[in-house]
Write a protein that binds this ligand. Structure first.
Ligand code: S3P
Length: 446
């Protein structure tokens, strides 16, 4: 298991003057993992620009090396991967320790579990709590043997892939891009057609990037969902990848600018893939002033510069079908809702219970600690505000969850009393430059 015994890093934020300036947040975490993984499965060289160099992604890079690929950092954000090719993976010399990274570990289970090698996966105390059955179930149907696992399908667990992986048709039991991606990645090393049916469309970076590397992937709309079919055992060729900025990281300075009076901030190059922009749609409905400037294409994804000005927000109802497009953004939306006038109801948040922490419980506890009126009813969260700054003043338990840490630091920038978090260490997993970038805008965090 990763070392979680190192001292925790408490941090606090306090009411700040207007946030001003132009910033660019790091590369998208989802795309960064996928670029490294497809680079491993390709023949030849993959050059990546603007890779997120957060701890989660660095763990995936280490796994790429352990499985027989090369992953070298040539300059900040610039990486060169040399693939082992589909079918060419080596047995890793040691346990693959994914730290805090759900995405990296689950996607790599699809990769390693479809090769005739034995691989052990482990992670930190947060990852050790997260459900892996959802990945193991389809993999077992594809022929993977689960050699050992912790009760309930948790890491540490060991997989042994079959000599020949079986292509399947799989309907995902939850709206999860990680489940979809694990099955498709396993499908790359199986003869014939692997099909994933999802009842609600989730982020489609795997499908897009597989095509970019030369795979034959077809996608058909089915109601609100999709049917994705992949022809197995293609020859993938290394391809250049430019990683756009992560909308899930951009969410924090965006909401900070909305909440701190007088703010006017531009966040550059934010990916605006419609399967990732549920938060922007919700903030628009709440009355946020967010201008999309210079919408353009970078490396096959649309990006825009977002100009965000302090805004008066009002409560809205967020429908459950929007959850997949903003699944990581509920903690920061809950913070925005605390400053809005009226009630914001977020429905269908069951998946939040199995993130880096039980995010529904962690958000509710953080709101309670800061004097925000809210209630959890089943899988729904309702947050009430009167349009003024909430009290703040709380100490928030982050439970090894980067997004809980950043969301409540943002709250403290505009609440009446400072907000403290018990541990900022996990911010390194997804947004290592969060504190310096927020300082650049004038935020008081320290
Ligand atoms: C991700 C999918 C989502 C998201 C995670 C990244 C991905 O998880 O929460 O941060 O890159 O595929 P689920 O698939 O569990 O919804």
């Amino acid at each position: 298991m990763s070392d979680t015994s190192s001292a925790s890093q408490p941090l606090a934020s306090r009411a700040s003057g207007p946030l001003r300036g132009r910033i660019e947040v790091p590369g998208d975490k989802s795309i960064s993992h996928r670029a490294l993984i497809l680079g491993l499965l390709a023949i030849g060289e993959t050059r990546i620009e603007n890779l997120l160099e957060g701890d989660d992604v660095l763990r995936t890079a280490a796994a790429v090396r352990a499985l027989g690929g090369r992953a070298d950092r040539e300059a900040p954000g610039r990486w060169r991967v040399v693939g082992a090719g589909i079918g060419g993976l080596a047995t890793p010399p040691d346990v693959l320790d994914f730290g805090n990274a759900g995405t990296g570990s689950r996607l790599m289970m699809g990769v390693a579990g479809s090769h005739p090698i034995t691989t052990t996966f482990d992670g930190d105390a947060s990852l050790r709590h997260r459900p892996m059955r959802r990945i193991l179930d389809p993999l077992v149907r594809m022929g993977t043997v689960v050699v050992s696992e912790e009760p309930g399908g948790r890491v540490p667990l060991t997989l042994r892939g079959p000599d020949e992986t079986i292509p399947i048709v799989y309907e995902t039991p939850a709206p999860s891009a990680q489940i979809k991606s694990a099955v498709l990645l396993a499908g790359l090393n199986s003869p014939g057609l692997t099909t994933v049916v999802e009842r609600e469309a989730t982020r489609d970076h795997t499908e897009r990037m597989m095509r970019h590397f030369g795979a034959d992937v077809t996608v058909e709309a089915e109601g609100t969902g999709r049917r994705i079919a992949l022809r197995g055992q293609p020859t993938l060729r290394g391809a250049p990848v430019i990683v756009p900025s992560d909308p899930s990281s951009a969410a924090f300075p965006i909401v900070a600018a909305l909440l701190v009076p007088g703010s006017d901030v531009i966040v550059r190059n934010v990916m605006t893939n419609p399967l990732r922009t549920g938060l922007l749609a919700t903030l628009d409905e709440m009355g946020a002033e967010i201008e999309r400037l210079d919408s353009r294409d970078i490396g096959g994804e649309t990006v825009a510069d977002l100009r965000v000005r302090h805004s008066r927000l009002r409560g809205v109802v967020v429908p459950p079908e929007r959850a997949p497009a903003m699944i990581d953004e509920y903690p920061i939306l809950a913070v925005a809702a605390a400053f809005a006038e009226g009630e914001t109801v977020m429905r269908g948040l069951g998946e939040l219970r199995v993130k880096e922490s039980d995010r529904l419980a962690a958000v509710a506890a953080g709101l309670a600690a800061n004097g925000v009126v809210h209630r959890v009813e089943g899988d729904d969260l309702a947050v009430s505000g009167d349009g003024r700054a909430p009290r703040g003043g709380g100490l928030v338990a982050t439970h090894l969850d980067h997004r809980i840490a950043m969301a409540f630091l943002v709250m403290g920038l505009a609440s009446r009393e400072p907000v403290r978090i018990d541990d900022a260490a996990m911010i390194q997993t997804s947004f290592p430059s969060f504190v310096p970038l927020m300082h650049e805008l004038g935020a008081e965090i320290g």
